[in-house]
Design a protein around this ligand. Structure first.
Ligand SMILES: Cc1cc2nc3c(=O)[nH]c(=O)nc-3n(C[C@H](O)[C@H](O)[C@H](O)COP(=O)(O)O)c2cc1C
Length: 351
């Protein structure tokens, strides 16, 4: 564990013993949101805001945090929201709550220039089954992290892949496929990553945005991606945000991406029809798989490059025999060091 005592990392220190069991419904729901804010999100933008009223959690999209340069369709935004929603459901269940979810992101009346209602979560008390997958995954919320470095040469357990496959049960419009990074499939995966990375780094808007969310290793900011999470030494992390925007680093990026993919034994692909509903579900499924991977001391790492461009994504699906459009591509494996990323404080995401 790293950085836990710094202010912008304290959100990770939440303790389940502090759940206000005899407190008000408001206090309980508020406590559950301490776990929501630990969800993964594209560029660690944390594009969420919350309001609690009369036993309902109003979950807003923080539009100022949308990635206009690298996520034109909004897919990554909705995947991030889906991941956060699922984390709320997992933490809620652990403390005895289920939620009826009313999606409202298509309701134009619930939108202003800064924020937009994503969904309302109606809380109801429920009995807890300790065999329920939500109950079992809860403890991993505070230890999950995106493993973005090279992985050790350790087989990904078949038992994990089998268990992860079962998580699909709740998401009937999606497919989840695991592919071993070997033989012809390795070349197919590498060429998708290479071409996706090349195209992304050819876009000035992508580079500017990436530079604006990259942080140096001593960052005091509560969001964004510190350089150490991608293996950057401290001096480089000071320069990197500017370097990305000013010079062509695509060749270096491609070789780094290829290196980390080459160290990976298994990747996961979530696919399905290309629509907002499935983007949300992909984020939900991804976070479940990611939390499950912690049980096996693995981590996961989303790589947008393989799926961001439609033609590359469809080619990947054809070559790897995948149903539907690949929506999320992630590596699974074990890296030596574990790094947490900063989080906004709960008070900063409350309305
Ligand atoms: C929808 C989504 C897309 C992401 N895309 C990428 C990506 O393309 N490359 C990458 O290195 N990490 C990607 N990530 C991982 C985030 O950078 C990471 O979740 C965030 O920095 C917070 O770090 P943490 O997951 O360790 O808490 C993605 C995460 C999500 C949820």
């Amino acid at each position: 564990m790293y950085q836990k005592n710094k202010k912008n990392y304290v959100a990770w220190n939440i303790l389940e013993e502090d759940f206000p069991g005899s407190g008000s419904l408001y206090d309980k729901l508020l406590f559950i949101l301490n776990y929501a804010i630990l969800s993964p999100s594209a560029h660690n933008t944390q594009p969420w805001l919350f309001e609690i009223k009369n036993g309902i959690i109003y979950f807003y999209i923080d539009n100022k945090r949308a990635l206009v340069g690298s996520d034109e369709s909004g897919r990554q935004l909705y995947e991030s929201l889906g991941a956060c929603l699922e984390t709320i459901k997992i933490a809620g269940y652990y403390f005895g709550f289920e939620f009826d979810v009313l999606y409202q992101y298509n309701d134009k009346n619930k939108k202003d220039s800064n924020k937009e209602l994503f969904c309302s979560l109606y809380a109801k008390e429920c009995s807890i089954d300790t065999e329920n997958i939500y109950y079992k995954l809860f403890k991993n919320i505070t230890s999950r992290y995106s493993g973005k470095l090279k992985y050790e040469n350790i087989e990904v357990d078949d038992k994990f892949l089998e268990e992860a496959g079962k998580l699909l049960f709740n998401f009937d419009d999606l497919n989840l496929k695991f592919v071993k990074v070997q033989g012809l499939d390795r070349n197919i995966i590498l060429s998708a990553i290479e071409e996706g990375t090349r195209r992304a780094f050819a876009m000035q808007s992508f580079k500017n945005e990436l530079g604006s969310w990259l942080r140096n290793n001593w960052t005091k900011k509560f969001d964004g991606m510190p350089g150490f999470t991608v293996g950057m030494p401290a001096p480089i992390s000071l320069l990197a945000p500017k370097l990305f925007t000013l010079i062509d680093t695509s060749k270096m990026q491609i070789s780094l991406m290829k290196e980390i993919v080459n160290s990976t034994l298994v990747i996961g692909l979530i696919s399905g029809g290309d629509c907002k509903e499935n983007w949300i579900k992909s984020g939900q499924l991804y976070v479940l798989v990611s939390l499950l991977s912690c049980n096996y001391e693995f981590s996961t790492h989303v790589m947008g490059a393989a799926v961001e461009f439609d033609d590359i994504a469809y080619q990947l699906s054809e070559n790897l025999n995948i149903n539907g459009k690949p929506l999320m591509f992630f590596r699974i494996g074990r890296q030596k060091k574990k790094f947490l990323s900063p989080r906004r404080l709960l008070t900063d995401v409350l309305i």
